[in-house]
Design a protein around this ligand. Structure first.
Ligand SMILES: [Zn+2]
Length: 200
């Protein structure tokens, strides 16, 4: 099997949604479900914008996008803006100061996303301390790169996401729906992957 390279599939947003939903989807924050889902997704959205622009507008091939364009300083700054701990902390402080529940749930969910990304990215790490510092923590483990334990971490992440989805299904709606949709998407993806391998 040839080593997996970075693709848009490496952006594992469903795992972030499940993590935020399991932790914040109960107790005082549970009623703010749109804010929780929004905060879990937002840090990855610029990556989808980047990919769509590079592929459809600029017409760059897949390989060039992930080996060069991804590392372009302007794109990196754009990603960092949505993955910045100082900016998220500022948002959280504002939410607590105004005692604004949905806003706090949103930034708490973003915090969980970034806290999960920080130890699991190697050379594709985000500048989580932008704009205070451009320092990037290049973790020895990666959630996808086979050269940095990506197969094990990716497997554990998949397992955690499936278990988390079942935890949500046992809760009432809307969390039940989030769990069901995630499992259905994973099932569909597995079916496509199997059909693809069967044709090889
Ligand atoms: Zn992320």
């Amino acid at each position: 099997m040839k080593p997996r390279s970075r693709t848009i599939g490496s952006v594992n947003t469903p795992a972030h949604i499940i993590l935020s939903a399991v932790i914040l989807g109960r107790g005082r924050t549970q009623k703010y479900w749109p804010a929780i889902l929004g905060g879990a997704v937002l840090p990855d959205l610029p990556m989808f914008g980047f990919y769509l622009y590079e592929r459809l507008v600029a017409g760059h091939p897949e390989r060039l996008i992930w080996s060069q364009r991804y590392f372009d300083p302007d794109w990196q700054r754009f990603f960092d803006l949505f993955n910045s701990l100082p900016l998220i902390a500022f948002g959280l402080a504002f939410a607590f100061y105004r005692n604004w529940g949905p806003c706090a749930a949103f930034f708490l969910s973003m915090t969980l996303h970034v806290a999960a990304d920080l130890p699991l990215h190697h050379d594709d790490a985000h500048g989580h301390f932008y704009p205070l510092s451009n320092w990037r923590f290049e973790s020895p483990i990666s959630y996808w790169d086979p050269k940095h334990h990506g197969l094990i971490v990716g497997g554990l992440e998949l397992l955690g996401t499936v278990v988390g989805s079942f935890v949500l299904i046992r809760r009432g709606n809307p969390w039940r729906r989030v769990g069901i949709v995630t499992l259905a998407l994973y099932g569909l993806f597995a079916a496509f992957a199997l059909a693809y391998w069967a044709r090889l």
